[in-house]
Design a protein around this ligand. Structure first.
Ligand code: 3HC
Ligand code: NAI
Length: 721
């Protein structure tokens, strides 16, 4: 529907079914609670109340969903600015009125009822869900907390069913960990009163409304299901438990503590106190930069699956039912796991029976660990592995829809493999390479298959990491790329489409990160201090700890390829060479930059000082730099921002927000900072260009701002603009 027509269409519709008013929220794509929808709902309920022939109200969503929460676009507009509790107060008081409505309100809930959607549902007096519905309060993922009564009504509903302590525990878990419940589980927990098949939803809601009218059913008002559920002492104990439950995941974040605070205020001091605290804390969260960052990332993640000239072309959808993975090593086994998990049949091809057995073993162990943790049923485990076949030749490859190559990183081998694949597969079979460094065109240069070839660069472990870079060459057909974007979504990966260059996007822009760390050490900064500053900034670990995890030998090899490609801006620290010569390959060998007495936990290693001294000597023993922790962060990341700007300039990345998604999902850049470019813009292009220019005078071309960055800084513009 054209946008101007959509703006004039009613977003809430009312009709009469005998003595029942049926109110339908109809605001595609997901019936989010925009201000227009809330106003429309309030008017529709008021109209039903003033119609004497109406005895009960049913509220439902049009299409496949009830309500997917407050309108995140509107919240994004309000976020990061000083705010008071008025926004949450007005929704809260409307829902208090809805809950107290004299004419019973039945919620007919299909699909998603999330955030504000579940909060509306909880204010109804009877809830019917469907077998395919999913309910939850995922506001914390956006840096917010449930701000329309969710922190008060959900724990009360659960406590009514499970008992005070167990109910509070379950409610806190659902809110603090953004856990959604499927319809049948929501019934078991007392969140809804009835679950039916989708096609019976309206009939079931009508039957419930009739019973409420006749008095055969009593309306349930969630806020009245107990006032003070805990004593203040119990609440304090619970707070400690809650903090433990959140653990390291909430490092540098305050909104989870604000959410816990509302739950506990309501549980120990009653609903009225709790709901007030909720409005106050919601306003604090909305005003904080973390919400702005996370809301930005929500939309950035959805934008990156839209590739101009590809996803807007309406190509007929392709079905990927049969795939092959070449190589069952670290990456191939993870990729095969992700494909099998999504219901796709996989042929794993290896070089000999021993390698086949090892590859199968890795895949079994990927599924096995989920089975052991109860995250996968035995049935699903058997079905997934039932879809796996293994072989050492190309037999039956003419039946495949896609082949993903993950053999060792060797140009000649990969060229041979693709020449073989061209012969063994149908002309419409997609051919993908998981290479981390090699030019895709070089791999396919001896074939005529380039239009159906692309890179699918997964991150390790491939069945866990959410990102896949889709590397297109100038030959890759748009239809093929569009189809693989669809496949990526099917296997629950977020695809970022990138251009073909050494390192593609993520590895290329993070090359200066490791380089900066080496340069700082050569200039007298302690490696453990660098790691701590970067960890405190919010990365999962610092560059040296990461080097140990990836392997010093792997880093040396990858670094040499990058250094060759980007010689003009490479800094050569010999630290990695000294570690390599000492056979300190990282965690896998028990020693790298750190030592690992138990094989897992890092401890500073006094022996590192000697290698650092050797590297400093090679660098000419420059005087030690005196830096603050913030300087260390900027020193380490501004080179990354600079390289990211080059990628935008060259068209390697389509848009700045794709880089945000890729840095968060591929490198663990703190999501609440909104991704690399969003963070850079929060500091300002001028500040970044100024510091880079200063450092380039001292340390050379590695820090020289690229044209894209320099020009934007001169004009005072955003880097993501
Ligand atoms: N507000 C605005 N737009 C939304 C939205 C929301 N709450 N939820 C989804 N959308 C939009 C998406 O941006 C996307 O738009 P696009 O097509 O233009 O890119 C479209 O709806 C479809 O979304 P998805 O691509 O994500 O579709 P999926 O089918 O994969 O997922 C979903 C559907 C599970 C509902 C997912 O969109 C989602 O998780 N939405 C957000 C849910 C949420 O966080 N709700 C809480 C909001 S905050 C709140 O409620 C505060 C309250 O307590 C006061
Ligand atoms: P690996 O060494 O663990 O596995 C490679 C496997 O390929 C071996 O099991 C080998 O027997 C098999 N193989 C070799 N020739 C073959 C052939 N002709 N047919 C079928 N199988 C063959 O290597 P890894 O780490 O899984 O890497 C694979 C590819 O993925 C490489 O291109 C690498 O650069 C890339 N990559 C690696 C990442 C990592 O973190 N390990 C990350 C992203 C990409």
């Amino acid at each position: 529907m054209p946008k101007d027509t959509a703006a004039t269409q009613p977003v809430v519709k009312s009709e009469k079914l005998d003595d029942i008013a049926l109110i339908t929220i109809d605001s595609p794509p997901v019936n989010s609670l925009s201000q227009r929808v809330v106003m429309g709902l309030a008017e529709a309920v008021a109209a039903a109340n003033s119609d004497n022939s109406v005895k009960a109200i049913i509220l439902r969503g049009a299409g496949d969903n009830f309500i997917a929460g407050a309108d995140i676009g509107e919240l994004g507009q309000a976020s990061g600015k000083p705010s008071d509790s008025a926004l949450a107060n007005s929704l809260q008081s409307w829902l208090d009125q809805l809950e107290a409505n004299a004419k019973p309100v039945v919620i007919a809930l299909d699909g998603f009822a999330l955030g504000g959607g579940l909060e509306v549902a909880l204010a109804g007096q009877y809830r019917v869900a469907t077998t395919r519905s999913r309910v939850g309060l995922p506001e914390l993922k956006l840096g917010l907390l449930p701000g329309a009564g969710g922190t008060q009504r959900l724990p009360r509903v659960l406590a009514d069913k499970l008992g005070a302590m167990a109910g509070l525990q379950k409610g806190s878990e659902m809110i603090l960990q953004s856990i959604e419940q499927p319809g049948p589980k929501a019934l078991e927990l007392g969140i809804v009163q009835e679950v039916v098949e989708p096609e019976s939803l309206l009939d079931a809601a009508k039957a419930a409304a009739k019973k409420l009218i006749s008095g055969a059913l009593k309306p349930v008002r969630a806020s009245k299901l107990g006032d003070k559920l805990l004593s203040k002492e119990e609440a304090e104990q619970f707070r400690q438990m809650g903090l433990m439950m959140m653990g390291d995941k909430v490092r540098n974040l305050v909104h989870p503590q604000h959410a816990l605070d509302c739950i506990l205020a309501g549980a120990s001091e009653g609903y009225a106190v709790g709901i007030r605290r909720e409005a106050e804390n919601f306003a604090k969260c909305l005003a904080a930069p973390q919400a702005t960052g996370l809301i930005h990332l929500f939309f950035a993640t959805r934008a990156c699956v839209k590739v101009p000239g590809v996803t807007d072309q309406n190509f007929p959808p392709r079905k990927f039912e049969r795939a092959a993975v070449l190589g069952g090593g670290t990456m191939g086994s993870g990729i095969a796991t992700a494909l099998l998990d999504a219901g796709i049949s996989v042929v794993l091809k290896e070089i000999n029976d021993e390698a086949v057995a090892a590859g199968r073993g890795r895949i079994e162990s990927n599924f096995g660990s989920r089975l052991k943790k109860g995250k996968l049923s035995q049935k699903k485990y058997d079905e997934a592995l039932g879809r796996l076949t293994t072989q050492t030749n190309y037999k039956g490859f003419d039946q495949l829809d896609i082949v993903i190559e993950a053999v060792v990183e060797n140009i000649a081998l990969k060229q041979q493999v693709f020449a073989d694949l061209e012969k063994a597969t149908r002309a419409d079979c997609v051919l993908a390479s998981n290479t981390s460094t090699i030019d895709i065109e070089l791999i396919g240069q001896n074939t005529k298959a380039l239009p159906r070839m692309l890179g699918t660069h997964f991150f390790s472990p491939a069945h866990v990491m959410p990102l896949v870079e889709l590397v297109r060459t100038k030959h890759t057909s748009s239809e093929v790329l569009g189809a693989v974007i669809g496949l990526s979504k099917k296997i629950k990966k977020t695809p970022v489409t990138v251009g073909n260059c050494v390192g593609f996007l993520v590895n290329r822009i993070f090359f200066p990160y490791g380089q900066a760390a080496g340069l700082l050490v050569d200039n007298g900064v302690d490696p453990y201090r660098i790691d701590k500053a970067i960890f405190d900034f919010g990365m999962p670990m610092g560059p040296f700890r990461m080097g140990d995890l990836a392997g010093v030998d792997v880093a040396k090899f990858a670094g040499s390829i990058m250094a060759e490609a980007y010689q003009d801006r490479t800094y050569y620290s010999t630290l990695v060479e000294h570690l390599f010569a000492a056979k300190r390959f990282g965690q896998k060998t028990g020693r790298g930059y750190y030592q690992y007495p138990d094989g897992k936990t890092e401890q500073p290693d006094p022996g590192l000082a000697e290698l650092v001294a050797a590297a400093r000597k090679d660098a000419g023993n420059p005087p030690a730099l005196e830096l603050t922790d913030n300087d260390i962060v900027e020193f380490t990341f501004f080179g990354v921002v600079n390289e990211a700007c080059r990628c935008l300039e060259e068209g390697i990345a389509i848009r700045a927000s794709d880089i945000d998604v890729a840095t968060v999902m591929g490198m663990g850049f703190p999501p609440y900072r909104g991704g690399l470019m969003h963070w850079a813009d929060s500091l300002g292009s001028r500040h970044i260009a100024k510091r880079l220019t200063e450092w380039s005078r001292q340390f050379g071309a590695m820090y020289e701002p690229c044209d894209y960055l320099r020009e934007r800084a001169e004009r005072g513009e955003k880097l993501s603009g």
